[in-house]
Structures are given as structure tokens and as C-alpha cells.
Design a protein around this ligand. Structure first.
Ligand SMILES: O=C(O)CCC(=O)C(=O)O
Ligand SMILES: [Fe+2]
Length: 128
């Protein structure tokens, strides 16, 4: 939670929103070399609090789209080990996905020799 709040603060979120940020779930996805994640919106959460995403291991091509549909316009960007990405505000419900993982791009010492791990902090409101 401290990391999530720090990320929001560094990204310029107002201090009241930073202090109110209380994610209750960490979703961990592991990708091997051939794994993909189709375009989707993160809308299972009860709240529209930002989703903070952390990447570890191999880099990936992350497709960041629009809020209307799975198609264009979208931007392909590379998420590398150590990168942090925030889905918040107008981009909270943007469609997004992972189009490919780039083998052998994990930096030494990141804790993962192959594949990619993504951790997202979410405010689900679920209690059990
Ligand atoms: O792996 C990523 O960077 C995105 C993961 C994702 O979109 C999700 O878990 O909902
Ligand atoms: Fe997602």
C-alpha cells in the first residue's frame, strides 16, 4: 500500500486521493515466453480507484487502448522490469492487453531468469 500511495503521489494525484488509496488485493500474473493477454477492461472491482501495475522479469509489449472498444486507437509500449504503470482517471477503464513477451530481456538480479510477472494492486471491496 505504501508503494501504491507513493506511485500515486509521484504521478501527481491530489494528496487526499493518495491518502485514501487502500488497495485490498494484489493480482499476480505470470507470463511465459508465449503468453499473451487479450484486450480487456479492468472492471471487476467495486471501486474506480486507480490500479497500480508493477512489472518484473522479461519486458513485454503492452497495448494501451481506448475506453470504447478493443480496437484502435491504441499505443504499444514496452513495459520493462521495474516499470510501474497506473490506470487511473480517464485511463482507468481503458482496454489493454499484452501482445508479446520478449525473451532474454530480464535484467540480471531482478529475481526472475525467464518470463514475466505482473502484479496489480486493486481495490476490490471483497471481504472474503
Ligand atoms: O500484465 C500486464 O501488464 C497487465 C495485466 C492486466 O491487465 C491484468 O492483470 O488485468
Ligand atoms: Fe488488466
Amino acid at each position: 500500500m505504501r508503494l501504491g500511495r507513493r506511485a500515486l503521489r509521484d504521478a501527481g494525484y491530489p494528496e487526499d486521493e493518495v491518502n485514501a488509496y487502500t488497495p485490498d488485493t494484489a493480482l499476480v500474473n505470470h507470463y511465459d515466453d508465449s503468453a499473451r493477454l487479450g484486450m480487456h477492461q479492468d472492471k471487476d472491482e467495486s471501486a474506480l480507484a486507480p490500479v497500480v501495475s508493477l512489472s518484473i522479469g522479461d519486458a513485454c509489449t503492452f497495448r494501451f487502448g481506448n475506453t470504447e472498444n478493443r480496437g484502435k486507437p491504441y499505443t504499444d509500449l514496452r513495459l520493462r522490469s521495474g516499470d510501474l504503470f497506473i490506470f487511473g482517471g480517464a485511463s482507468r477503464l481503458a482496454y489493454h492487453g499484452v501482445t508479446r513477451v520478449h525473451p532474454f530481456t530480464a535484467p540480471d538480479g531482478c529475481g526472475l531468469e525467464a518470463g514475466r510477472i505482473n502484479i496489480t494492486m486493486r481495490t476490490t471491496g471483497l471481504t472474503d
